[in-house]
Design a protein around this ligand. Structure first.
Ligand code: HEC
Length: 397
């Protein structure tokens, strides 16, 4: 019953998280697009920086952007903030359900660090708070006035964070905490800097004062960071479907390389409308992705070594899988907390093992993400046996 409720909590919160996340990032992409496509030349009313016509959903829209602000504040002014706040709230709940309440399965890897679920969860939460404090402190420091130097320092810190977490958590756990730390900084930017800045601007207008330029600049810097961080954060959020990223021994490097490629590609989209050619940026981003694909490719098996040893029988493989995997991956799992085979993967017969041969290689040999947290105590010898089996020709049906 408990596992059943966890699964539903996971599903419903994830559904909410993705929905509000789309609303947040979608609005942010839309305003970036508006900014880039605004027609700044030609006829336009006084005080207006640019206008834009659009058609959507069967209607025509005509938008104006003001240089500073309209002469009179409108009665209804729409703000964009709850999308961001709800994304963070649902994200923290999801983190708790998937990683903190199921820490032994998803967060802790005893071969990395044998933490208790409580310690691991506290380290996770502390990481989020600390990331924001350090990031915010740097933005407010004199370095904050040198955007490029600041970006370089922040990226170096991101590499350090990814590496540090990979020394404490399972690959999956490390990845999600890098993502949650970035996401926390992005939402905190909205909550602590961007929205208060806008509020001060509105207050100043109401009082007939000049808005404070410094606050506007601070908000613009944080907005720019959020813009560049969208692709890295979205990759991390889907990364748990891709064991060859977080399950690799170089997982922290793969994460930061993918983040960098994402930032370069985002840069291309920010630049594309400006005069000049920018496709070189896109080419650079794609070349980065291609090099990551090459660098992570599996090594060719050592055919000679496997030729010298007798072939591994499917029976021998079955004996290992039955002991180490089938407690969870069976029609009716016997492992506590599981009510159905995870991801629908059943490994409870020789036929099923033959069918999932490649996947088994991926999760138990190339990466070692299964069994999760090595809960069933799989040995290196057993993995070596599976590896020899994978390197020999497929078993006859
Ligand atoms: C303690 C329970 C447990 C044990 C034991 C276990 N698994 Fe899993 N397995 C899981 C869970 C949970 C998932 C889903 C992970 C996720 O959320 O992506 C999973 C997912 C998988 C997947 C699907 C991966 C994907 O993303 O499509 C494969 C394949 C797999 N396991 C193989 C194995 C093999 C092989 C073993 C034995 C070496 C094993 N598992 C042992 C719990 C277990």
């Amino acid at each position: 019953m408990e596992a059943h409720l966890y699964e539903w909590a996971n599903l419903l919160i994830r559904w909410l998280h993705i929905t509000v996340g789309i609303a947040w990032i979608g609005a942010s992409f839309y305003f970036n697009w508006l900014e880039n496509q605004l027609e700044r030349h030609g006829d336009k009313p006084d005080g207006v920086e640019g206008t834009l016509w659009a058609i959507h959903g069967g209607g025509f829209y005509h938008l104006q952007k003001f240089q500073v602000a309209p002469a009179r504040l409108p009665e209804r002014l729409h703000w964009f903030k709850w999308e961001a706040y709800y994304t963070w709230i649902s994200g923290i709940l999801l983190l708790a359900v998937v990683y903190y309440l199921n820490a032994r399965t998803n967060l802790i890897d005893p071969s990395v660090a044998d933490l208790s679920p409580l310690t691991a969860s506290l380290i996770g939460l502390a990481t989020l708070a600390l990331s924001w404090l350090v990031y915010d402190g740097l933005c407010r420091s004199p370095l904050g006035r040198k955007p490029v130097a600041l970006a370089a320092v922040l990226f170096a810190l991101l590499v350090l964070l990814a590496w540090g977490l990979s020394q404490v958590f399972s690959g999956r756990g490390a990845y999600i905490h890098v993502g949650a730390a970035i996401g926390t900084c992005m939402v905190a930017n909205v909550f602590f800097v961007i929205i208060p800045g806008q509020r001060a601007m509105v207050e100043a207008m109401k009082a007939g004062r000049e808005p404070d330029g410094a606050r506007g600049r601070a908000g613009a810097l944080r907005s720019r960071h959020n813009n560049y961080l969208t692709l890295p954060v979205l990759f991390i959020m889907i990364s748990n479907h891709f064991p060859s990223t977080y399950g690799s021994g170089w997982n922290w490097l793969i994460l930061t390389a993918l983040a960098l490629a994402g930032i370069v590609i985002r840069h291309y989209f920010n630049r594309r409308h400006l005069p000049g050619r920018h496709w070189g940026l896109m080419a650079l981003g794609l070349a980065g992705l291609a090099s990551i694909i090459l660098a992570t490719a599996p090594r060719a098996p050592d055919r000679q070594a496997s030729a010298d040893t007798p072939p591994v029988t499917l029976e021998a493989v079955n004996a290992v899988v039955e002991q180490r995997c089938a407690a969870c991956h069976a029609a009716a799992p016997s492992f506590a907390g599981f009510t159905a085979p995870p991801k629908g993967v059943r490994l409870d017969s020789e036929a099923a093992i033959r069918q999932h041969r490649d996947q088994i290689g991926q999760v138990a040999v190339r990466t070692r993400i299964m069994p999760p947290g090595n809960l069933t105590g799989m040995t290196d010898d057993e993995r070596a046996l599976l590896e020899r089996w994978l390197n020999q020709p497929a078993d006859p049906p």
